[in-house]
Write a protein of this length. Structure first.
Length: 280
């Protein structure tokens, strides 16, 4: 049996730069690296079948024994393109939405946005990410990750009727003036090797310096246009985890608690001193 730490990373395109050093670069072989959907990564960490995971941000309020490795994140500072609320009616009139079963942070984000911006508390129904079927059972459907990238927001229709498409990354940034942090690296306390932040930062740095290789490989593997992959990784997604991201993460978790989306409120615990620990 290997004594390497077990790392569970999200299987979506936006994870590629974070793990490129672990999968293709100098850090290759350091960890037992596996891939899963976001909700599954969270469950692997909870169950102890992974030591480190790229977990949905909301999971930090649900697993109090997690430490954030402050070396990159999956975030946005405007439209994210891969977290879409697609609706049969304007957003301010939504009474229900079907939520992609692979998502956790985006479901919480939808509830926070609808409550804070529009005064809504819609019914939520977990559902596989098939928008036509989602719209049969709810006013709107929440689609994330690669399935969202395969949709053309400008051509979205249902039964011949045009649909309303809302980019939830853009909605959060507009509401708060802060980036939206969708996922972070987290580790169980017992596995917290002090070298982790440097190693995970090195993997990300390697990925960002090899974006051409990532675009070529991932566009072919996922059957996505290379220009979409490049734009998504360079224009829609950010991988920083600085002061603004840390403030936003604290604000998001606090908002989720105040609305009853999660049952507990706690300050984010970091492996090393963050730029700021509380939202203003």
């Amino acid at each position: 049996m290997s004594d390497r730490l077990r790392v569970c990373a999200v299987s979506y395109l936006n994870t590629a730069p974070l793990v490129w050093g672990f999968s293709h670069g100098p850090q290759r072989g350091l960890y037992d690296l596996r891939f899963a959907l976001p909700a599954q990564c969270a469950e692997e960490l909870r169950a102890g079948s992974a030591d480190i995971g790229l977990v949905p941000s909301i999971e930090l309020a649900r697993q109090p024994d997690l430490l954030v490795i402050p070396s990159g994140s999956i975030a946005c500072r405007g439209p994210v393109r891969s977290v879409l609320l697609i609706s049969r009616k304007p957003i301010e009139t939504i009474e229900s939405f079907a939520a992609d079963t692979s998502s956790r942070t985006s479901v919480a984000l939808t509830r926070v946005l609808l409550a804070r911006k529009y005064g809504l508390r819609p019914r939520v129904r977990p559902y596989p990410p098939q928008i036509d079927d989602m719209l049969e059972v709810a006013d709107a459907g929440l689609i994330i990750g690669d399935p969202a990238l395969r949709l053309d927001p400008g051509q979205a229709d249902w039964r011949g009727q045009p649909l309303f498409v809302y980019d939830l990354g853009a909605e959060w940034v507009e509401m708060t003036g802060l980036p939206m942090v969708f996922a972070v690296w987290a580790v169980k306390n017992l596995a917290a090797d002090p070298a982790l932040p440097l190693l995970f930062q090195a993997s990300l740095d390697f990925g960002l310096s090899h974006l051409d290789d990532i675009v070529e490989a991932e566009s072919a593997r996922r059957n996505l246009p290379p220009e979409l992959v490049r734009d998504y990784l360079t224009q829609n997604t950010t991988f920083e985890f600085g002061e603004a991201e840390q403030r936003s993460l604290a604000l998001f978790l606090r908002s989720a608690f105040e609305l009853g989306v999660v049952d507990s409120s706690r300050e984010v615990a970091y492996m090393s001193e963050p730029a700021v620990a509380e939202a203003e």
